[in-house]
Ligand binder design. Structure first.
Ligand code: NAG
Ligand code: NAG
Length: 311
């Protein structure tokens, strides 16, 4: 299933003689068979749900419509479809170098927001900080991409999502209060026992709404970036293939350390996706090693684009 192919249709059912909350729109997106949206005319009822409950909702709406018809109440139905939207295109840094395009034969599977920490180690004062991995919670932002459904955003707003989340929401990890061996006491590391918080939506308030939980990002015991999404239906173990600096305009993060590089990651033999990009990064660069030797962590956010074989 491609995220980008197929047209988007809207079925509008209106029962003029009923209170406005009985009218509604069902969004049927060919590119997301799982996407059904019911929007009441009054906008009091705004439900964005999983396939099953949305199907039930659309069924009950059709039931209401047929009940109204049986009573001789007029029902208006309009279906409008528009042309397939162009494939979502990977953001560009606009700099001298860009990441390589996705390998041929792959399609976009999901776009995620990652919100977490980048970990570093300082061997001694004045040394170069060495990256020791990352931990992040992932949220599904595919349907916020422009023209992907009723809640989709402008491209500008979509691309500002990582910086907004980083600056307006706490990092959804369990932190370790200990300052022992920390380079920057104000930037704790994650709990080693239980780093991830509850698998719940990320509530970004009126600005962006609630982003559905998607999964986890961590480094496995071999030190490889790993992504477990949708309860393991994506099990992606990756290796860095290419890296380009984040644009100068990227959000430097709450401590002003700068945005981590954009990456292309190869994940051959993985489940669900075989190529991953980290783009639109905010924060995450190390605090440096001028203060102390030890472990360091910096909060960051980014968009992750997952590509896999066409299905
Ligand atoms: C840093 O990240 C690595 C890789 O995911 C993780 O194994 C480790 O527990 C993290 N350490 C801290 C202190 O956050
Ligand atoms: C917290 O950090 C201290 C110091 O590094 C470590 O000894 C302890 O095991 C950590 N606790 C947890 C729960 O991660």
């Amino acid at each position: 299933m491609s995220l980008a192919s197929g047209s988007l249709c809207v079925l509008l059912i209106t029962i003029p003689s009923f209170p406005s909350s009985f009218g509604g729109e069902i969004w049927i997106s060919a590119q997301h068979p799982a996407l059904f949206h019911l929007l009441s005319h009054s906008h009091l009822l705004h439900i964005k749900s999983t396939t099953t409950s949305a199907k039930m909702l659309s069924k009950s709406l059709l039931f209401l419509a047929s009940a109204a018809l049986a009573l001789g109440t007029p029902v208006e139905r309009t279906v409008s479809c528009r042309a397939p939207m162009p494939d979502p295109s990977l953001p560009l840094t606009g700099g001298a170098a860009e990441l390589p395009p996705p390998p041929a034969g792959l399609e976009l599977k999901v776009i995620a927001l990652g919100l977490g920490i980048q970990n570093y180690s300082c061997a001694s004062v004045g040394a170069d900080a060495v990256s020791t991995g990352a931990l992040a919670m992932f949220y599904d932002i595919s349907l916020l991409y422009p023209e992907s459904g009723p809640n989709s955003l402008t491209i500008e707003k979509f691309n500002q999502l990582p910086a907004f989340a980083l600056n307006h929401h706490a990092i959804p990890l369990h932190f370790n209060d200990s300052t022992v061996g920390r380079v920057e006491v104000a930037s704790p590391g994650a709990s080693l026992k239980r780093p991830f918080t509850r698998a719940a939506a990320l509530d970004l308030g009126e600005e962006y709404g609630k982003l559905p939980f998607l999964g986890h990002h961590f480094f496995n015991t071999d030190g490889a970036p790993t992504f477990i999404l949708r309860r393991g239906s994506f099990n992606v173990v990756a290796a860095k293939k290419a890296s380009v600096p984040a644009p100068g305009s990227a959000d430097p993060g709450p401590m002003g350390t700068g945005a981590v590089a954009w990456l292309a990651l190869d994940a051959a033999n993985s489940k669900g996706a075989t190529f991953v990009y980290r783009v639109e990064t905010a924060g995450g660069n190390s605090h440096g090693c001028s203060k102390a030797a030890g472990q360091d962590s910096t909060s960051y956010a980014a968009q992750y684009w997952f590509y896999g074989p066409k299905s």
